[in-house]
Design a protein around this ligand. Structure first.
Ligand SMILES: Nc1ncnc2c1ncn2[C@@H]1O[C@H](COP(=O)(O)OP(=O)(O)OP(=O)(O)O)[C@@H](O)[C@H]1O
Ligand SMILES: [Mg+2]
Length: 285
């Protein structure tokens, strides 16, 4: 159980996402509390990973600041009057109208993109002329959107043409360009610090003046695939420093979609991987 509820219940809870609790803060602001919950395969576990919410919040805030010259994001600088152990897991953000698209960018072939390629030779719905091995780097990052499912639903990969039908051509263009720009920036930044962002996911919303705003979380180990890179040796290791480690654990333990107690050593491994990624990326040179 998280210990946030007593302090935060002065705000009304609008909804509980898989990981975040969203409170109504004011007319135009939301208070997002990132819990220690973990989800995998669209399933939310009751057993929590202590310290995860704090790390995710710190990491997202770090990246929002670093990328604010590329695109406006939802972070509000207004001070929140909350005890620091809760405040540090919270983001005060501008309310936006969330666009029903997950903007996924991939620099390397892994995860569902690899599975699709292996079974159909297709990248982004088109048969690829190039031959790929698992984890290969694409010549240029590719944009592979999916729908953003309602609570309990499953995100579905869609083509860019389908994305245009859902949110219109102009927004599709803008989101695609912004997503690639953000990814290119973060890829170089993180690589310099020994982390490869193999792929990632963004969410966008519209403010009351219909400006495109970057929302939710960015470049965290919950929404990205992180590998370590040895700069001196120029060597890339594909061991996961993100949520993939937990997914792999579930698969290896024949998990059958029910609540489990996550073993202590697995919890420790998850948080230590998240912390490693955080420490490397945010290290001030
Ligand atoms: N600035 C914002 N304005 C409005 N809604 C936001 C804003 N930032 C984030 N959200 C929404 O808050 C919710 C955060 O919940 P959470 O991260 O737990 O994820 P989820 O959507 O349930 O699942 P997942 O992240 O796995 O897709 C998301 O639905 C997200 O779209
Ligand atoms: Mg989310």
């Amino acid at each position: 159980m998280d210990n946030s509820s007593d302090v935060l219940n002065k705000y009304s809870l609008l909804f509980k996402g898989k990981v975040r609790n969203i409170y109504n803060y004011s007319n135009d602001k939301l208070l997002i509390y990132t819990s220690d919950r973990i989800s995998a395969f669209d399933y939310v576990f009751e057993d929590e990973i202590k310290g995860k919410g704090l790390l995710l919040t710190k990491m997202a805030k770090f990246w929002f600041k670093k990328t604010s010259n590329i695109i406006t994001n939802h972070i509000s600088e207004e001070l929140i009057d909350l005890p620091s152990h809760i405040k540090d897991s919270c983001m005060l953000v501008k309310k936006t109208k969330v666009l029903p698209i997950e903007a996924i960018v991939r620099g390397h072939i892994a995860g569902s993109a690899w599975s699709a390629y292996k079974s159909s030779q297709k990248i982004n719905g088109l048969v690829s002329k190039k031959i790929y091995k698992k984890y290969d780097k694409f010549d240029k990052p590719i944009f592979t959107p999916s729908t953003k499912a309602e609570i309990g639903g499953k995100d579905i990969n869609i083509s860019i043409a389908e994305m245009r039908k859902i949110i219109g051509g102009e927004l599709t263009e803008e989101i695609q360009n912004m997503s690639i720009k953000l990814y290119d920036f973060a890829y170089s930044f993180a690589k310099e610090r020994g982390v490869i962002i193999a792929d990632t996911k963004f969410e966008f919303g519209l403010d009351p003046d219909n400006n495109l705003i970057l929302i939710d979380e960015i470049f965290t180990p919950d929404c990205s695939r992180f590998w370590l890179y040895d700069k001196k040796l120029k060597e890339l290791n594909h061991e996961a420093f993100d949520k993939q480690f937990f997914r792999d654990y579930l698969i290896a333990s024949n998990w059958n979609k029910e609540q489990i107690m996550i073993p202590d050593n697995i919890k420790e491994k998850i948080i230590s991987k998240y912390r490693t990624a955080y420490d490397l990326i945010t290290y001030e040179t």
